[in-house]
Design a binder for this molecule. Structure first.
Ligand code: BTN
Length: 252
């Protein structure tokens, strides 16, 4: 099968042997006026990036893609598409995994397999006038054959989890198709269906967690997501609404 032939018709695939970062390429193209639906795929990245300026290990054999979108929505809603991306990755990976292996979503946008991180998502966006989205880049990395062994949160790969082998182009198309489904639902129905689907497989829901915040740390019970995708954390004294942070199991 030719790479791209199983993609939704509104997506235009550009395939690269190597890039600095698929997100950087998508952003360069966004700045030059590239249309929504531009899909960038690289076999390897020399400067793959994760959230909070971290590096993303980008050896050949894993999946690295970025999708450029231009939804006519307020800039504040952009983060909700990270949940669409996580759901898309989850739905693409689940049929490949042994039944006994658990897949879960970790706030905000990670996908865990057997409790370890297998996929990360990096959203980057630019607002136009009146606080609306000009462009949004959804960057997705999936560990198929390799994973970092020194990451703060334990990682894994599909191979290590005992998954059925899958061709990179087939997985790219499965992720893109599932993302397109959730993106269309988001445009038509808002965040609620995504919120419900994500919560049905949320890691740590109802449990004690620790959230590292841009400033400081907070512990409490993971009570859910609000209607915009913020994490709700019940501490001993108050319910906190958290929009940015890294989640870990509680230490006390
Ligand atoms: C994270 O969990 O920190 C997010 C990782 C996002 C990695 C992907 S790989 C494809 C795209 N290009 C990048 O440079 N980063 C994202």
């Amino acid at each position: 099968m030719t790479a791209g032939s199983g993609l939704p018709a509104c997506l235009r695939l550009q395939s690269f042997a190597e890039l600095d970062s698929t997100n950087e390429e998508a952003k360069r193209q966004a700045a030059s006026g590239a249309p929504a639906g531009t899909l960038i795929w690289a076999r390897t990245q020399t400067a793959g990036r994760g959230r909070r300026g971290r590096a993303w290990v980008s050896v050949p054999g894993n999946l690295y893609l970025s999708l450029l979108l231009r939804p006519a929505r307020p800039a504040g809603a952009a983060a909700q598409l990270g949940f669409a991306a996580a759901l898309a990755v989850g739905e693409a990976l689940l049929p490949l995994l042994p039944r006994v292996v658990d897949l879960a979503y970790k706030w905000p946008n990670d996908v865990l397999v057997a409790g370890r991180k297998i996929s990360g998502i990096l959203l980057e966006s630019q607002a136009a006038g009146e606080g609306r989205i000009d462009w949004l880049v959804v960057g997705i990395g999936v560990n198929l054959v390799a994973f970092p062994t020194d990451s703060e949160y334990p990682a894994t790969s599909m191979a290590a989890a005992g998954a059925a082998p899958v061709a990179l182009d087939a997985l790219l198309e499965a992720v893109a198709r599932a993302f397109h489904f959730w993106y269309e639902r988001w445009l038509a129905e808002g965040f609620e269906p995504l919120r419900a689907a994500w919560l049905a497989r949320a890691s740590g829901l109802g449990q004690a967690i620790r959230v590292r915040l841009p400033q400081g740390e907070s512990q409490g019970r993971f009570a859910g997501l609000d209607e915009e995708g913020a994490l709700l954390l019940d501490t001993d004294t108050v319910r906190r609404r958290i929009t940015a942070g890294d989640v870990f199991p509680a230490t006390r």
